[in-house]
Design a protein around this ligand. Structure first.
Ligand SMILES: Nc1ncnc2c1ncn2[C@@H]1O[C@H](COP(=O)(O)OP(=O)(O)O)[C@@H](O)[C@H]1O
Ligand SMILES: [Mg+2]
Length: 168
């Protein structure tokens, strides 16, 4: 059973890290336990920055940084009923192959109905993502302070091909 989920924003231009964090907070207000956010975009495009805002909105008080060498960081947040919410933050930039995800149990984490997964460089493991997830694409613009941020709700694997890589 699936219900249509409202999208926080479609395409925004952010002119500062603070503005990118604010977009993360907006997305956070639409997340439910079990959701996964796939973030794509080159190094320095602001994926971690957006995640910092998102996590702050979910009540995370610990430091939020890219888990580049350990692949995964876990934070404790709160859901809308103020219950404990486990947030798993992945950075797959240095992933050598999908089997490395199995070593940390990530396949199960991606389908955990109780927590939230935030996956930087999700394009490294397209086949492992749950069919329904959030997709955030970040891009540098000519002005070094500006980032374009696209946000999509993917509902089926069939819609992936049409959404990813399109120049909207
Ligand atoms: N509009 C902006 N949005 C996000 N980050 C920005 C912006 N302008 C400059 N920056 C800088 O770009 C860098 C983004 O880094 P980070 O979030 O770690 O990127 P990624 O996780 O995609 O590699 C930070 O140093 C941040 O200060
Ligand atoms: Mg990062």
């Amino acid at each position: 059973m699936s219900s249509v989920r409202q999208i926080p924003f479609d395409r925004e231009l952010s002119s500062s890290p603070e503005q990118t964090q604010a977009l993360g907070r907006e997305l956070a207000s639409h997340l439910l336990p079990g959701d996964l956010v796939a973030l794509e975009g080159e190094l320095g495009s602001g994926k971690t920055c957006l995640i910092q805002g998102l996590c702050a909105a979910l009540g995370v008080t610990s430091r939020v940084n890219s888990p580049s060498f350990v692949l995964i960081n876990e934070y404790s947040g709160k859901d809308s009923r103020d219950d404990e919410l486990l947030i798993r933050h992945f950075d797959l930039y240095r992933l050598n192959g999908p089997e490395e995800l199995d070593d940390i149990g990530a396949r199960e984490f991606f389908h955990d109905p109780t927590g939230i997964c935030l996956v930087e460089w999700a394009d490294r493991v397209p086949g492992l993502l749950p069919p329904a997830h959030w997709y955030v694409e970040m891009s540098h613009m000519d002005d070094p302070a500006i980032r374009q941020v696209l946000c999509r709700r993917i509902e089926t694997t069939a819609s992936l091909a049409g959404t990813r890589g399109s120049n909207l």
